[in-house]
Design a binder for this molecule. Sequence first.
Ligand code: S3P
Length: 167
Amino acid sequence: MGNIVLTGFMGSGKTVVAKQLARLLGMKVIDVDTEIEKSTKMTINTIFEHFGEPRFREIETETIKQVSENNNVIISTGGGAVLKQENIDAMRKKGIIICLTAAPETILKRTKSTRDRPLLLVENPLERIKELLESRRPFYEKADVMIDTERKTPLQIAEEIVEKIKE
Ligand code: S3P
């Protein structure tokens, strides 16, 4: 099997769904943000704070290109990975791109307990989520498969992905 690449907004469930998929399919998970934190020895917050978002995006692209060379792995990406066409091209070379979706209110609920997402550290995160979702919608829609995660468990979502891949 080729790679399975999970995309989607922050809090759409990529990390938890990747774990379930890995269990179901016996595949390894590579998390792009974790790889970035390992290679730079910095947290995502620190990279944004000290070097800015444009530098983060450069490191993200380098990392996506590297991890996309693997075979038979699940790749969990950051919510902004779809914003550059070269990232999408790299991810698609050996994989199918699955986008997880959720409503803004659900995303707020899933992200509000942590402070590790620099783009959501604003006074009104719900407004920010709505704006970003709207402006990014055409990029997320470039995925091969879109999966709605509302009212589903990570296991149900993973099973739905397995079904879609078989088709
Ligand atoms: C980002 C999403 C984050 C992380 C960074 C930027 C984004 O990943 O890459 O904070 O632009 O949507 P998650 O989607 O895993 O939270």
